[in-house]
Design a protein around this ligand. Structure first.
Ligand SMILES: Cc1cc2nc3c(=O)[nH]c(=O)nc-3n(C[C@H](O)[C@H](O)[C@H](O)COP(=O)(O)OP(=O)(O)OC[C@H]3O[C@@H](n4cnc5c(N)ncnc54)[C@H](O)[C@@H]3O)c2cc1C
Length: 291
């Protein structure tokens, strides 16, 4: 199919892009990599009156370290994050996850700002934003505001942006004291959206985990950070039953829906199995940890 008619602008400044969006009275759409938006336009599931293309705006594609954060510009493409040595050393879970994002051709065009804004509940970057406790910075007519990732995703394919706001950059705090991590995902075919996925990061000291991060997706309409699973990891000593206990905690604390891709029960059991593998990998990477 072909899209319905729309106007098109490609401003060279952020202010002009915000102005064009604001002038559309909520009927305009940002165009970034186009990998999610163009299919929606072609199927006429989206019928914006105007597309505001960000590609001519300079300074929106970068990966920087600022203090204890990695900051990524909204127009940074998936493939740039995937290949970045800085991401590999500072945000290893993100680095490991990027090859699971769609296929190479899509990663060559898709952007982090587009992925977060699209808010697909089975997409890796929204889950990573929740996992790292990222801050999403959006610019609108009255300036910039900072939105915690935990508040950004409000439903499947829905975020809390105002219609005239543009995501400009994302801050990812570093998990500097953590010494082990695991990322596990299952999809029907490699490159498809995930059926379920988990990220785990731990600070291990000897037989104790003193700090933990756990996030999952594929079990709700938004990605979830599981603080109860984080507490459970820090409560018991690490022994041969630790990974099995962790899988039980995950299985009993998620309530996925049944959909055309998988039943609720299948997803729950899958998350348990992935949790066990991810914690095993995290413990392995952490070794004995420092005592
Ligand atoms: C076949 C296929 C398989 C895929 N598989 C996966 C997968 O496994 N995992 C995964 O994570 N993704 C997957 N994707 C999605 C892909 O990662 C997209 O690139 C991404 O979701 C959207 O990024 P984009 O830059 O192309 O955004 P666009 O398509 O340009 O925009 C998407 C939406 O976000 C809005 N938007 C874009 N940028 C901004 C901004 N800066 N501020 C405010 N709003 C903005 C647009 O208006 C639009 O509503 C897949 C896509 C396809 C077509």
């Amino acid at each position: 199919m072909k899209p319905a008619r729309f106007d098109y602008v490609a401003p060279t400044t952020l202010d002009a892009a915000v102005e064009a969006l604001a002038a559309s009275n909520g009927d305009g759409k940002i165009l970034a990599g186009g990998q999610s938006l163009m299919p929606l336009l072609n199927f006429r599931m989206a019928r914006p009156s105007i597309l505001v293309d960000l590609k001519r705006i300079e300074g929106l594609s970068f990966i920087d370290v600022r203090g204890d954060k990695v900051v990524i510009g909204a127009l940074t493409r998936h493939c740039e994050i995937e290949r970045s040595p800085l991401i590999a050393s500072k945000l290893p879970v993100m680095s490991a996850a990027m090859r699971y994002v769609a296929h190479l051709a899509i990663r060559n065009r898709g952007t982090i700002g587009g992925s977060l804004s699209h808010a697909d509940p089975a997409a890796e970057l929204p889950m990573l934003a929740v996992f790292y406790d990222a801050t999403i910075i959006a610019q609108g007519p009255s300036g910039r505001r900072k939105i915690p990732a935990g508040e950004f995703f409000i439903d499947a394919l829905a975020n809390c942006l105002e219609p005239d706001e543009i995501v400009v950059e994302i801050e990812f705090p570093l998990l500097t004291r953590h010494n082990g991590w695991g990322f596990e995902e299952v999809s029907r075919r490699f490159g498809d959206f995930a059926l379920a996925c988990i990220a785990v990061s731990i600070e291990r000291r000897g037989r104790k985990i003193v700090d933990a991060r756990v996030a999952v997706m594929g079990v709700a309409e938004t990605p979830l950070r599981l603080k109860m699973a984080e507490r459970a990891l820090c409560e018991a000593e690490i022994d041969s039953a630790a990974t099995g206990r962790f899988a039980d905690v995950l299985r009993s604390n998620v309530a996925p829906n049944t959909d055309i891709h998988a039943s609720s029960d299948y997803r729950r059991r899958l998350v348990g199995a992935l949790a066990e593998k991810a914690l095993t990998a995290a413990l392995h990477r952490a070794g004995e940890g420092s005592s």
